[in-house]
Design a protein around this ligand. Structure first.
Ligand SMILES: [Zn+2]
Length: 373
């Protein structure tokens, strides 16, 4: 029997698992909530192989090692969500063809997808590559605590599968922009605005001179964007502002563009006499650029997808994921393998129920093929 036929009648049981994991709410940094999900994952995945749990400042990190044949494959999942506890009036709801809940699409639902892919391949006697499953607690907040574990696991793997949500049209993700976060600070000098304003140096005015220069670093043709999206400065209105900061979001398709922006931001010169500038931050997630090896991996997934009725294209997306880290190490990475749905990070986040078996079957087929080398 093929995975898809095996999975269709299991849909009610799959939905039960989705309900169970989605109703365990786990926003990033909520250690109690993250612990509850981690225990659910441990309970369901430990039958497949030895499980290690590591405590990080951002929550527990779980690793499950599964024996298999063929390629060495790292699978990345995160179980934190962006939604505060109670944000959803009903943390689980099925309406029409869609199931709603916090993190069901990004990406706790995809942990259930992985679970059922493993169960199915086991039940049907299909192959399994050598697998390392990593479940991390802080992807939505930049993976600061998980990044070392992700990178060292990637370096001992042949390739990486990332179970983030697919594109809005269902395509997989073969390229992601790199994400940088910078803070530019202008340092001026305070003075009484009424008595001797000429003795002050206005940091807000200085920053106002810099912002057009920042925006001018954008390159729409290359997809490089700089968003000066948070600005703070000054103390009270009768004091010349001595300090002002702007936080800048940077997105790039290539490492070359990341380096150019880094160079130009650090080369900014003050305009007002006596003012100084300082720069903090840098590239948080390097760009995930397609390579011949990652393209081959995508083409394999595309072919297997077609066999289960999915038309999968190579998607490119501005948002980052943990796949950015592994791709930057030169390890072939395929992202967006999760369930089909919509409205990530929104209160209407959902997955499309009729396509759940096919998305699991896609993963079954990929794992089976990778077990043959
Ligand atoms: Zn995610």
């Amino acid at each position: 029997m093929k995975p898809l036929e095996h999975l269709q009648p299991q849909l009610p049981a799959i939905l039960k698992d989705l309900e169970a994991i989605v109703t365990l709410e786990a926003p990033s940094y909520d250690l109690a909530g993250l612990d509850r999900v981690a225990r659910w994952i441990a309970q369901h995945f430990s039958p497949f192989g030895p499980l290690e749990r590591e405590e990080t400042p951002n929550g527990p990190l779980l690793r499950v090692s599964l024996q298999g044949s063929g390629r060495k494959v790292l699978v990345l999942c995160h179980f934190d969500t962006v939604h505060p506890v109670g944000a959803f009036k009903e943390p689980w709801k099925v309406e029409g063809d869609r199931a709603y809940g916090p993190g069901i699409y990004d990406m706790k639902g995809n942990i259930v997808q992985l679970l059922w892919a493993l169960r199915t391949n086991q039940a049907l006697g299909l192959g399994r590559p050598q697998l390392e499953l990593l479940f991390t607690p802080d992807e939505e907040v930049g993976s600061m605590a998980s990044r070392p574990a992700i990178e060292s696991a990637a370096l001992r793997s042949d390739l990486v599968l990332v179970l983030e949500a697919p594109m809005g049209n269902g395509d997989l993700k073969v390229a992601r922009k790199g994400v940088g976060q910078y803070r530019l600070t202008a340092h001026g000098k305070p003075a009484h605005q009424g008595v001797e304003p000429e003795k002050g140096i206005n940091a807000i005015v200085e920053l106002a001179h810099q912002i057009p220069k920042i925006v001018a670093m954008q390159d729409w043709d290359k997809g490089t964007t700089l968003g000066p999206n948070v600005i703070k400065g000054g103390t009270t209105s009768n004091v010349v502002a001595a300090l002002a900061t702007v936080d800048i979001d940077v997105r790039v398709w290539t490492m070359a563009e990341a380096e150019r922006v880094e160079r130009e931001i650090r080369a900014l010169q003050p305009v007002l006499p006596g003012a100084t500038l300082s720069v903090e931050g840098g590239l948080n997630r390097p760009p995930m650029e397609p390579t011949p090896a990652s393209t081959k991996l995508f083409e394999m997934a595309q072919r297997i997808g077609a066999e289960v009725g999915l038309q999968l294209g190579p998607g490119r997306v501005g948002g980052g994921s943990d796949g950015n880290f592994t791709a930057a190490l030169g390890i072939p990475t395929l992202d967006g393998l999760g369930l089909f749905g919509e409205a990530a990070h929104q209160l209407t986040e959902n997955v499309y129920i009729p396509q759940i078996p096919a998305r699991i079957a896609l993963l079954c087929g990929i794992l089976d093929e990778l077990s043959r080398g």
